[in-house]
Design a protein around this ligand. Sequence first.
Ligand code: XCC
Ligand code: SF4
Length: 636
Amino acid sequence: MEKQPRPAEELSIWKDAQKMINKARKDGVETVWDRFEQQTPGCKFCELGLTCKNCNMGPCRISPKENGKMQRGVCGADGDVIVARNFGRFVAGGSAGHSDHGRDLIEVMDAIVEGRAPDYSINDEGKLFQVANEMGIETDGKPVLQIAKEVTDCCFDDFGSRKKQIAFVKRVPEKRQEIWKKFNVIPRGIDREIAEMMHRTHMGCDNDAVSTLLHSARTALADGWGGSMIGTELSDIIFGTPTPSSSQVNLGIIKKDQVNILVHGHNPVVSEMVLAAARSPEMIERAKAAGATGINIGGLCCTGNELLSRQGIPMAGNHLMTELAIVTGAVEAVVVDYQCIMPSMVQAAACYHTQFITTADKARFTGAVHISFKPEKAAEQARQIIDMAINAFARRDNSRVEIPDSPVNIMCGFSNEALLKMLGGSLDPLLEAVKSGVVRGFAAIVGCNNPRFQHDSQNVGLAKELIKRDILVLATGCVTTAAGKAGLLVPEGGKMAGPGLSKLCESLEIPPVLHFGSCVDNSRVIHLCGQIANALGVDISDLPVWGASPEWYSEKAVAIGLYCVASGIPVHIGTPPHITGSKLVTEIALNGLEEIFGASFLVEPDFAKAASQMDKRISAKRLALGLTDPVGGGIN
Ligand code: XCC
Ligand code: SF4
C-alpha cells in the first residue's frame, strides 16, 4: 500500500510553506518531503557510519554488535577507524566547499587588480587596509591596487603548502594557539589540510581514530580561520562590509506584477551583478515593456543572505523553501551559483515557466540553462540573465499563481565592524552588559533545515528559548530566515526576550537575534569571540558562548561545528553525524574534545532540553570568570 502523505502542518511551522506544500501536491510537483518519505528508513550501517567504500576490496560494512570479536573490513580496518575516516572525509567536503568559495573571491580580486574585471571594484578600502595590516603587509604610501595585489597573493598562498600557518591564525588568542600547537592542529595551508585528509583516509594510512579526528579538526580550522574567513573578508572588501538596514522575508516578497528573479547558492559574485543589472533603468524599461511594473530580486539560502546583508534584498526563504518558491508559479528565473541547490529544482522549474539558470562551471545541472559566468564579462552576462527572465514573464500563467503570505519586516546587515560602530567604537559597552548580566552570554544559531525535523521548529524554538534567558543570539545561514519569519529580527522582538536583553534591545534599538550573514560569515562569529577573549585576557573556551545548529544537514555544517569546537566554542546539534557506530569516536565528540579544546558537541533533538543545557554551561562559565549570574537557573 502506498504511504499517505503527511499533512503539510506537520512538515513546516510556516503558513507560506504549508500552503505551497499543498499546492505542490495539487500541481504534481515532487518536494523534498516526498523524497524523504521514500528514503526512510535509511540504511542502518550508513547511519552508524560503519560502511566503507574507500577501496575496491570492499565495500565493507561492520556490524555494530557489542559482544564477541570486533568485525573488520577486508583490509582489517575496525569500526572506529572506518567511522573516523568517513567523518574526516565529511569534514573535508565541507571545508572544501567553503574554501573553494573563498578562493573564487580571491580570483575576482585578482581580476580587479589586473584590470580584467571592470564591473567589479574595491568597495571598502578601510577594510582592505585593515586586513592588509593584519597580514603584515605595509600599506603606507602604497596605491590601493598594490595593497589589494599583496592581500590577494597572501590569500592565494594560504591555500598552498609553503606556509607554516595561515594568515588569520594571528587573530586567534595566544592561549588557543598554544593548544593548537600542542596538538599539532594549526592549519598550514587550506588545500593542504583537505588533501591530507583525503590521503590519510586512503586504505593503509591513518589507522588510528584519534589521529584522524585531530586532523579533521585541523581541516575544519583551515576552513573557519582560512577559507571561510577569506570568503567573508574579501566579499566585504569587494562588495562592502554589511551595515544595519531593513528588509523583508517570506514568500510574500514575490511580487505578482513584477519580473521575479531569485538568487540562490552561496557566492555573491554573480548575484551582485544580477542585482546591479536589475536596478539599471534600461532593464527596468524592458521589464515594463513586457507588461511588468518592475524587476524584483529575492534571495534564497546564503546567496540571498550575502545580498541581504550588503544590499538589503528581501529573502524568499531558506533551504526547505527553495522548491516551494518555484511552486508560487510567479518566479521567472532562479539564478544559482553553488551549494545547497537541490537538483530537483530543475524538475520543479519545468512544471512552470521558470528559467533555472546555472552559472558556475563546477555546479552544472542536467536540464538547466547554463551561462558560464566570467568576472571579465559580468555585467553583460547579468543583463543576459535578466533578459531571459523578462522573456519568461510573458509565458507566466497567472491562473497558476499563488503568493501565500504577506512579508515580515526584518533588520539585517550586522557585522563585527557594524556592531563595534553601534557600540561607539569599542567592545566595552557589550562587555559591560555581559559583566553585569544584562546579557548573560551569546549563542550563534547557524545552519540549515533538514526534513528530519518539522521545518524551522527547532531553529525558532531554540532562538526563543535562549533569548528568554537573556542570551543574545547571532544567526547565520538558513536560521536567519527562520528568525526573521518569527519576528525575532526586529527590535520589537526584544519583547520576547528576558528582562536584561529586552532592555538592551530597547536602548540600542537592536533585535534580540542579530542577522550575522551567510554560512561563511560564521567566520565573523569566531573572529568576534577571539576579540572578546583577547579583550578579557582569557581563552575563547572561557567565554559564556555557544554555537548551535539544530537542523543541520550539510558537510559544511559539520566543518563549521568542528572549527567552532576546536576554537573553544561548544556546539549543540540536533542530530548526530554518522558516527554513532563507534563508541570511541562518539565519546570523543561528546566528551573527549572537551579535554583537548575545552569544548565539545552536545547532541539534543529537543530544543527546550538543549536550551537548558546551554544555559547551565553559560551559568558555569560566568561564575568561573568571577561574574555573577543573576538570572541563571531562573528558567528551566
Ligand atoms: Fe545550506 Fe548556506 Fe545550510 Fe542553508 S545554512 S542549508 S549549508 S544555505 Ni549554512
Ligand atoms: Fe573495506 Fe578496507 Fe577497502 Fe574500506 S578500505 S572498503 S574497509 S577493504
